[in-house]
Structures are given as C-alpha cells and as structure tokens.
Design a protein around this ligand. Sequence first.
Ligand code: DX5
Ligand code: ZN
Length: 268
Amino acid sequence: MALIAPSILSADFANLESEIAKIETAGADWVHVDVMDGGFVPNITIGAPVVKYIKPITSLFVDVHLMIFNPERHIPDFIKAGSDLVTFHMEAFRYAAGSTEKLEHQLASSNFDKRLTGEETQEDWEAVGKTSTDYDIEKILNTVQLVKTSGARAGISINPATPVSALEQIIKELDLVLLMSVNPGFGGQKFKPVVLEKITQVVELAKANGRSVGTDFTQGELAIEIDGGVAPGAIAEDLKKAGANVLVAGSAVYGAEDIQKAISEIKS
Ligand code: DX5
Ligand code: ZN
C-alpha cells in the first residue's frame, strides 16, 4: 500500500473544483500541486492564489511541489494559502562552478534545451557545478525551518541526476523526500527506473540517521514520495516494493477512462 497524490497538472484547469472532487471520491489521499516558475524548469504553471481557492473545496491533504528558484521568497504565501506540505528542490540551492554564486543563471541557460526534451544526464548536470555536494546547506536548512515554523510539513526533492548523498546533511530535518523519476517540468514523461535504487538508498540513509520511514508525520516518520511517469502495474509495484510510500500520478490518473480503477491499482 502507498498513498496516492494525483497531480492536477494533468487536470482541466477550467474546472479544477470538479477535477479535484473526482479524485477525492475516487480514493485519492493527497492532491499534488505542481508549481513551476519558467526558470528552474521550462514551464510556468500556478501560484499561491490557486492553492487558496483549492484549500476550501477539498479535504485532501494539499501537497505543494515547488519547482522554482528562491523558494524561500514564496513559501510563506503558499503556506498562508493552505499548503499542508511544501517540497522544494535541493538544486535550487546549488552553487555555480568554482564560485559561491548560486547555480541559477548557468542552470537556466546551459542545460535548458536538454531538460526540455528530458535528455539531461548526470554528466551534464555535474558539468555546470563543482561537485554534487556544493549546496548552500545552511540556506536549505533555514528554508526547511521556515516551512515548519510557518505551519506546514517540509519536503526536499532531488532530480534524477542528483545523487541521494546530497541529502546526507539534511535528512534528519525532513518530513518527506521527493525523488523525481522524470526531469521536472512536464507531465506525461517516461518513468526513469534509476529512481528504484535511489529509494533503497534513501531508506538506508534514513535508517543510518535514526529515522523510520512512513507517512505518519505525527510520529516523526519520513515519507518517500515518487513523482513522474508513475503508472499502474509493474512501475507502481516496483516502487512500493523498493519502499516508496507516496506515489504522485498525473496523466495516469487524469488520463484514465476509469479514474477510480487507476487510483486503486496504483495504491495497492
Ligand atoms: C513533473 C511534475 C509531476 C508531473 C507528474 O515535473 O512534478 O508532478 O505532473 O505527471 P505524470 O504522472 O504525468 O508524469
Ligand atoms: Zn510534482
């Protein structure tokens, strides 16, 4: 069993209320809200005002995934608007090669085309940074604290090309780790199986840091969420077997003829 968090990225935005009601009656656990800024990822989607309108029309747990630079500037607004959990990206706090400048500008230009087509590799990613551990850890920890003190659960996401070791210094502080199984930016991409071994690595890292893995935040558990290309059948099975406990699915849910069937097949 895993919790399922359908992504409204694949929903009909002109009818969000009924689109969210659909997943709620079909047995969804969370509603996943993908926020993109046109810089960290190529697309632009929605902002905090949309979360504000979603919150009162659903009893689902509101799971906000920020794919944006400078998440700390926007987090208070997203939490005021009703986010129950806010996840931001480790890579938004990565330094540029050979300097203490943030990676922002290089990232936005150098790998942009490859990211658009999902072809960015670990090597491409490494080429614009110094090493995989060059993150502004202090700022990341402050941002995690900002989420928590503003009243939400805090998650960190890493892209397919970012190693799990990047989480070593922060895993103790997190409620959730979101492993991307596609390069962020679009719904409907092909699942990258590399995420399976990363789940095992997160489970091990959690253990080494005295964290138990699960979705009961009140008990201090660490949730492992997977996002991108998730579908019923072998993919969902493999993810759960590896230890994932929250599965995001956009096109596999909203594109399904029978949403209830898709949700129950992904969950169990
Ligand atoms: C990708 C988003 C995902 C996406 C999932 O950048 O973070 O949440 O909507 O969509 P599917 O399930 O279609 O891959
Ligand atoms: Zn997402």
